[in-house]
Design a protein around this ligand. Sequence first.
Ligand SMILES: [Cu+2]
Length: 355
Amino acid sequence: MITPADTLEALAQTSTSRRSFLRTAGFTAVGAGALAACGKGGNAPSEQPTVPVAPPVATPATIKAAADAMDAMHEKGLKSFPAKTAGLGNQLLAPTVVAGVKVFDLTAREIQWEVSPGLLVKAMAYNGQVPGPQIRVREGDRVRVNLRNELTQSTAIHFHGMELPNDMDGVPFITQAPVKPGDTFTYEFTIPDGNVGSNMYHSHHNSATQVGMGLLGAFIVEPKQPRPIEKVSEDYVMILNDGMQGYTLNGKSFPATAPLTAKLSQKIRIRFMNEGMMIHPMHLHGMHMTVIDKDGWPLPYPFRCDTLNIAPGERYDVIVNCNNPGTWAFHCHILPHAESEHGMLGMVTALVVAK
Ligand SMILES: [Cu+2]
């Protein structure tokens, strides 16, 4: 696991070890834009750009040249945002309704996933998506999830935050046998009253690898009676992850992350979900967030903040009153998760409030 301390140390190393760090962390600072700034393409280690440094005897001209070269890399990265990549995760999965039961079919298999432009990583995915398809059900629904395992290892699904009968909890050797490669397992349950809000589903088997590689998704339960504060123009899900694919928001690293958009005065909801192994303090510029739910449970006293620390497994629901027009940076404030000398990377996106 890469810690922030490791990250800082790695960044302080020679360019050779920095290249290796960038590769293993799946860092995407060196996206197409940054590479283009150096007149190079691709992700081969030998093609990483060199960070400009002023020579030992610096003159105003060499200092300016080094600063200009670094700034050009930052500008290229930002100008390429939002960058196009193949594949989009967290797509709403419509159920088939069979005798009143909402049925969802999930197939787990290994795929290649484009996490940022040109950077293909090994992934384990439900239905070919990272994160897996978004499942949305309603309080009181009868739900069936058919899991087909096309991986080369066993797996299982845990419905994180749901208070289900024990045999539906999805933990191999505690509540069920592992679902072997080639096998199918069916989960079926009724959504308990009051167990609503932003929950998740993910593998609970070899999970540091399987969840890190993409076997996760949003499991959202809509309440029978929404609160007035839940009336919003847009309902965004932001799933954080930090495994072998690098620092990602909804399976993509900057500049391939998707911006959040709103019109002036609209209210939006953001459902933060941390599926990673590190904390991520998410910071919004220009406007505050009002935190209404923790782990799907309404807070008796919603509170305001601009930086919200989200620990592994946690979910927070926030409302943003988009009353400040402009393009606002929105990023993890553990800075190596968001920026390097090459420019912005990883857990960075923007909230765009149109006039
Ligand atoms: Cu972070």
